[in-house]
Design a protein around this ligand. Sequence first.
Ligand code: ZN
Ligand code: ZN
Ligand code: FE
Length: 772
Amino acid sequence: MVERVLIDVTGLVQGVGFRPYVYSLATLLNLRGSVQNIGGHLAIDLEGEHTAVDAFLHALVEDPPSLASIRAVETRRVCPANHRQFQIRTSTGALAREVHISPDIATCERCLAELFDPNDRRHRHPFISCTKCGPRYSIIVGVPFDRPRTTMGRFAMCEECLAEFANPRNRRFHAQTIACWRCGPTLVARDRAVAHAGGQDALTMAVNTLCAGGIVAVKGLGGFHLACDATNEDAVRELRLRKHRHAKPFAMMLDEPHARSVFADDTAALAALLTRERPIVLLPREAWVSAGAPDIAESVAPGCPSVGLMLPYTPVHHLLLHDIGRPLVMTSGNISDEPMAFKDEEALGQFGAVADIFLMHDREIQTRCDDSVVRIHAGKPALVRRARGFAPSAITLEEEAPTPVLGVGAHLKNTFCLIAGRHAYMSPHIGDLDRVETYRALGDGVSQAARLFGVEPTVVAHDLHPDYLSTRVASELPAARRLGVQHHHAHVLSCIAEHSLQRPVIGVAFDGAGLGTDGAIWGGEFLFVDGVACERLAHLAYVPLAGGDLVAREPWRMAVAHLTAAFGDGLGPMGAVLRQRITPTLWNGVRRLVARGMGTPTSSVGRLFDALASLLGLRDRAEYEGQAAMELESIASVESARDYVFDVNTTLPVWAIQSAPVIRAISADLAGDIPRAQIACGFHRALGTMVADVASRIAAHTGVRDVVLTGGVFQNAMLTNCAAQALEAAGLTVFLHERVPCNDGGLSLGQALFAARTARAERQLEERVACA
Ligand code: ZN
Ligand code: ZN
Ligand code: FE
């Protein structure tokens, strides 16, 4: 019996080879009708034998294209229309109910094989791609994802490519991004003023420059990288000099066979490197060294316990790595901390004096997208920076926003997050908002996303800090309502959103800094979060922030503050040691500041780590936030640890966690020449035990047993492990971040959830009033 069904498929179904898949399946089953992208979803009109239709639906749900992620399939039976054949119909931009945009996808196995096959017509073609791989998000101009609405639009397919595009039996059937030597974009090697070589010669020139120790600006998927030979110390040093970047580690790229041999015994590292998203993976330096890998120049990650590695993810990268045969430094193309350059003119302007040559092409990058960064936690990758490969995939929520809402992030590691319906779209990493460029990038990103996803946010949530540039961006948006959300409350909500938690939770938010509701700088918080309500139940006892913004870069200042809190003006046995390392005027100034109780009070655990790193003599001055804490973690030995105990003062309405006893014990140990590795480990364990202790007491009071660990401090794997184990031993359930970073890069999701929950609560109230 012939029947006809209309099928509506929502989810990530565009730019992932879904229409060709549907076509093949339908023709295989002798079904007639059509498939079409409409706005952000896929509409299938199917007619044929009942059993064939059933088989089709079964296959659609059970075995969809590997890159697709189906959210819902709706079917509706209608009168047969006597379709004669099955066809792919032109997409329409009809207003999307739900838009999903595929992230950019690393070159697939089959394209890679063709790339290096001398008999293939795309042998060494720098823009090889198919339905399963290639640029997506970074080139999309409008939805749905079809070539004319991407920056590939200006490259008309040649006859051969067109034949593949139109052939249902070809793996490039309806692949929107395909190209070849005859019709695709062209590679060019140039300096600021003129082009020197094109095509294969351009690549050769880049390879020669790199081999000779030069610096090449390479145009990638979502922006430019600055590349140099990672085994050449002089080259790496020169890059640091020209880029004005002194200490922050550079990421490296090495090819897959090489990575497979280096990390043959480290399955977690290899798996993380090989994940589809091809992120930068932070790996311990010794893993690299002990594997007998080629000597990496010291300046790649000077004094840093870990190195960031990634595999090639575009054909250009594959060709470069293949030809040069050694790892390359591949660092984001920017000067210091500006956002990565992604427009040709911008890069040529910025790197004229940095790069010896530019390896670029004429396919425009529409949207900037930096590399993602993961670290390995408990054998699994955990995101530190969410960008290429992940953004803008939606995070699906259990709860629905009644109106589109936006969270604009905080200050550091800024991202924004748009929630429409049950989907949270997070922007790729934008950067620290202390420059006009990042501020602009946030504003532009928000308007572009609103246009792409077809939603105008009506409620905008921002940080409480009035001076953050993100707060200013929020004030400039044409939203109906703006809501300030306390920083750590937003951190907790971010983790709640990831795990779709509907019940109240105990939120443990440890980070560097966030403005509290009392005007202090918070960062060691135990919050009780229920819906949109948040109550602060405990925090690290306040010490003065000795020097405002300077503090994050000068850990010794916090050592003075914590020593004063622990010992009074005498500073204990370590005061004199510390003093020797600081110039007298500075020292006296900070002492006075602290003694007079000047400086904003802070409960920051990040700053407590800084204080410890300075006390242990690891670092008095940091090049970037978190550097001192990372070093403290890296020296901590698990062999044997000292025992330290935080004191919790529960007589106060909000409990104060005293670090003074820990500081006193550590000072005594240092004076007694106890190895620093044991002290550092003991400190981590003491913090973990304290987290479980305080959370257990809160659980006993409230009956709530779900605990969320959030905030940048939990990038520290040792602390996270200690805390999670202790909490579980106390019978509590622990939730950690998985798909968004625990640092401020994940904050916008929590802000947006706050906006969505507020809007929903108000909507419900209105309805109740209307009923009454
Ligand atoms: Zn491919
Ligand atoms: Zn072609
Ligand atoms: Fe934070």
